[in-house]
Design a protein around this ligand. Structure first.
Ligand code: GLN
Length: 490
């Protein structure tokens, strides 16, 4: 049974369950068993929902047996980043301040996956409040990369990525503010997509930087990615930034036909600052694109140079405002009940409840927004943001999509960058421009460097998910990346 299920696409597992070749309970049991076996070493999950998942699976099996209607991907387990509110299941954002926070409602994305009768198997580990690129900034301890347990899985959705790479779940969900879906997908050898800003509802997604945050799929292959996007995308009136766009048939759009397409290779992201091994895999993949009848040419997006500095003003500014709500009154952790004043209680709660990186961002953001500095920092960063959007718009006049490596390096060692914020921030050099512009991008595995996965990033104009999925689909077939870490076979 194990061999039959593990390594199958999530959408194939859904078919098998519908045809009663395997039951939802058997599938759920198999993944729970793997989680139990692998977790002590990996730490992909903060909370495993064994009991509720088994119950839900039983319910679905009963319905299928009696011919009742079930959702589209009935009985397929899913791992969910612990930044999405799940009713009755604690949602921690990997922070001490939310250690015991149990939401009273489901995020829209959770509602949608429940309507599809998917089963939440657990809540995955992440950098605290999604601030980080390595999943080392978790109150619950770091996640290990299944390809090499001395290395990070990337972040901040590192738990979801590691769970996928280790075969602890057939598919997973992450969130991406500056690269947090794509960079860990790249470092763990899986597929990850950051949708157009506003395509997927943020209702019930714990806010980090609201103008940048998006929820998206993290999967083992492109077809699953398209299928999950169909489930979670679509207008939601509870999110005022949600796009009133029609739902798309992403899965049906995967034809693999790329004839006549023009692809721009971003010069700023495919030279200096990118490791040689990563560049080698990247260039080979561009050659594969050409062999598929695509025209590839270099293109310069000159304002990318300022993307990182602009992001590290805007994201912390928004975070400093969003995180003001954790005051020991309304949510989770409170330092002590007998403080002398409310100010003392706030101070002790926030000092004890937040980790170092989160505090650093709150301070940076508060400073950037303070009177006298606002124009100099925040105002300027916003202007750069517009220039970057213009760079993209101009490039998309000539090219259908743009490509680059997803991450400048393969997975780095645990501890290597965690004490040097600047080094850590540079991990997102290739992924951040996309968030600033609000456009969609995805990462697919394109090869191995020294036995570690390398990711290939595809970026498209707003609402071009069908297009980038289709190019990824064609590439996936041609690249034939089927390497798996040892842990996967355990
Ligand atoms: N690593 C980036 C940061 O720390 C991006 C994080 C994210 O996308 N959530 O801000």
């Amino acid at each position: 049974m194990k061999e039959e299920i593990l390594g199958k696409k999530a959408i194939e597992i859904a078919d098998m369950i519908k045809k009663r070749e395997v039951s939802a309970s058997e599938v759920t049991g198999l993944f729970l068993e793997r989680i139990e076996k692998l977790e002590p070493e990996l730490g992909s999950f903060i909370t495993v929902c064994a009991e509720s998942a088994r119950e839900k699976a039983k319910e679905i099996d009963k319905k299928i047996d009696s011919g009742e209607k079930v959702g589209r991907f009935a009985g397929v387990p899913i791992a969910v980043k612990d930044v999405l509110c799940t009713k009755g299941i604690r949602t921690t954002c990997a922070s001490k301040i939310l250690e015991n926070f149990v939401p009273v409602y489901d995020a829209t994305v959770i509602e949608r996956i429940s309507e599809a009768s998917m089963i939440v198997i657990g809540k995955t580990n992440m950098d605290e409040f999604a601030m980080g690129s390595s999943t080392e900034n978790s109150f619950f301890g770091p996640t290990k990369n299944p390809w090499d347990k001395e290395r990070v899985p990337g972040g901040s959705s590192g738990g979801s990525a590691a769970a996928m790479a280790a075969g602890e779940a057939p598919w997973a969900i992450g969130s991406d503010t500056g690269g947090s879906i794509r960079q860990p997908a790249s470092l763990c050898g899986i597929v990850g997509l950051k949708p157009t800003y506003g395509l997927v509802s943020r209702y019930g997604l714990v806010a980090f930087a609201s103008s940048l945050d998006q929820v998206g799929p993290m999967t083992g292959n492109v077809a699953d990615c398209a299928a999950m996007l169909e489930v979670i995308a679509g207008h939601d009136r509870r999110d005022s930034t949600s796009i009133p766009a029609q739902r798309n048939e992403y899965l049906e759009g995967l034809t693999g036909d790329l004839k006549g397409m023009k692809v721009g290779i971003v010069s700023e992201l495919s030279g200096d600052g990118i490791d040689e091994g990563v560049l080698r895999c990247f260039r080979l993949t561009c050659e594969i694109l050409e062999s598929l009848g695509v025209i590839c040419e270099e293109v310069s997006l000159p304002n990318f140079e300022y993307a990182l500095s602009s992001y590290y003003i805007i994201a912390p500014a928004e975070a400093s405002s969003n995180l003001a709500r954790y005051d020991g009154v309304r949510y989770g952790f409170r330092a002590r009940d007998n403080a002398d004043s409310v100010w003392e209680m706030y101070e002790e709660t926030r000092t004890g409840g937040f980790g170092q990186e989160v505090k650093r961002r709150i301070m940076l953001g508060t400073f950037a927004l303070s009177a006298g500095y606002y124009e100099q920092y925040y105002g300027k960063a916003q202007k750069i943001r517009t220039l970057i959007l213009r760079d993209f718009e101009k490039a998309f006049e000539r090219f259908d999509i743009l490509v680059s490596p997803t991450s400048p390096t393969v997975a780095f060692r645990i501890g290597e960058k965690v004490d040097d914020p600047l080094k850590m921030y540079l991990s997102d050099i290739c992924t951040i421009p996309v968030n600033l512009a609000g456009i969609p991008a995805m990462s697919i595995p394109c090869g191995l460097d020294d036995g570690l996965p390398v990711g290939f990033q595809l970026m498209g104009p707003a609402l071009s998910e069908s297009l980038i999925l289709n190019v990824s689909f064609a590439l996936e077939e041609e690249i034939g990346f089927d390497a798996k870490p040892q842990t996967f076979r355990a």
